[in-house]
Structures are given as C-alpha cells and as structure tokens.
Design a protein. Structure first.
Length: 219
C-alpha cells in the first residue's frame, strides 16, 4: 500500500465505524469545555465527567468561578489529579476571561494558549469542538495509532500533529481526531491489545509494530 492508500483506508474504515462521533467530555458551552479539557490532562474522561457536574453546579461560568477560592476549586477537582496546578489554572483563566474578554472564551489559538494551564492540545480541542475551527489535537491514542499505522515516526506529539495535518484533508480534521480516539480505545489500546480486532493496524501497520506484537504474544 502507498501512504495515500493507507490514509484513504483509515478514513473509510473510521467513517464506517463512527458515522456519528460523540464528544468524550461532557460540556454545554466553550467555557465548560475549556475547563473539562484542562481537567482531563493526565486523567481519564470518565473521571472528569464525574467531577465536572459537581464543579459546574456551583460555577459553570467565569464570574461564578472566581467567587470560589483556589482552595475550594482544588477540593472539588482533587479526584482528577494534579489539582494544585489545575485549580490555579481554572481560577487564573477565569479571571483573565472576565478582565480581557468580558467572560467570553475567545476563538483564538494565541489567546487560549496564553491562559494558565492551557497548552496547545487543550486549545486545539476547544477550537475544534467548541468553534468548529480545523484543528488536530493529538492525545496518547492518536500518537500511538499514527505510529502503529506507519504514518509518523512517533518521536513526539508535535511531529505527530504535523504529520496528521499533512496527510489528512483539513475538512476532516475535526471529525477524524475524535474517530481515531474512539478507535484507539475500542480496537487498539496500549495494553490488552488484540491485533485480530484491530483491522486498521492489521492491514496497514508498521512491520516493526506487528513483529513486536507477535514477539510479546509468544512470551
């Protein structure tokens, strides 16, 4: 298979499996999505979705959020991990939103990435899922699968994002990154990986990855 054929196979297979794509993090607007994505760093969407209703019941907008202290925010979000950094980030970005943006989340990579505790991946998710602006946020699932499929060298997420944007049509980025995440969780996890169920990797996967899989299976 040529690389273009591999890319088309990925697109067609994912479209067949996921014609409708649920967004993993529960939210109701750009602000609650921004907070949920910030909380998801080094945590799971399931855990975040259990905590955000508790937080948003008290404060689902920046004006109510800054009425809480950093310590109060930290106490609520503690189960998701990294609560000292995340609570400061939530309070700090809420304050900036009020002071600079009248409480409205800006649809700008530059602005979002200037907020405390908000990196490029978080900004990309918000731009894509809240504002429908083309972006390709790379999480661990996408990074792993792009390498398994031989579509990136796997050195770092920055390179993986560049390769994904180069290979896949821009009009598909917003849906495709979610489809890859769901596929990674269901068919190509990091652990307990069953190649027979992973049709994409089985069909187009990097030879070294396939060989390593069977080597581990023989142990």
């Amino acid at each position: 298979m040529t690389k273009k054929e591999k890319v088309n196979f990925v697109i067609n297979t994912l479209e067949e499996l996921y014609p409708e794509i649920p967004i993993p993090l529960d939210h109701k607007d750009p602000y609650t999505l921004l907070i949920a994505v910030l909380l998801s760093a080094q945590s799971t969407d399931v855990r975040v979705n259990k905590i955000t209703p508790l937080l948003f019941e008290i404060a689902d907008n920046p004006y109510d959020m800054v009425k809480l202290s950093i310590e109060e925010i930290r106490e609520i979000i503690k189960p998701v991990g990294l609560s000292p950094m995340k609570s400061k980030g939530i309070y700090g970005l809420s304050k900036i939103l009020i002071e600079k943006y009248k409480g409205v989340v800006p649809a700008s990579f530059e602005a979002l990435e200037s907020f405390p505790a908000v990196g490029h991946k978080t900004a990309s998710v918000v731009m894509s899922q809240a504002f429908n602006i083309p972006a390709f946020p790379v999480d661990t699932h996408i990074h792993r699968l792009m390498y398994r499929w031989g579509l990136t060298n796997g050195k770092n997420v920055v390179q993986t994002e560049k390769d994904a944007k180069r290979l896949f049509p821009e009009e598909l980025w917003n849906s495709l990154h979610l489809q890859i995440i769901w596929y990674g969780r269901q068919y190509s996890p990091a652990r307990a990986w069953d190649l027979d169920k992973d049709i994409i990797t089985k069909t187009i996967g990097r030879k070294t990855v396939i060989d390593a899989y069977f080597k581990n299976k023989r142990k």
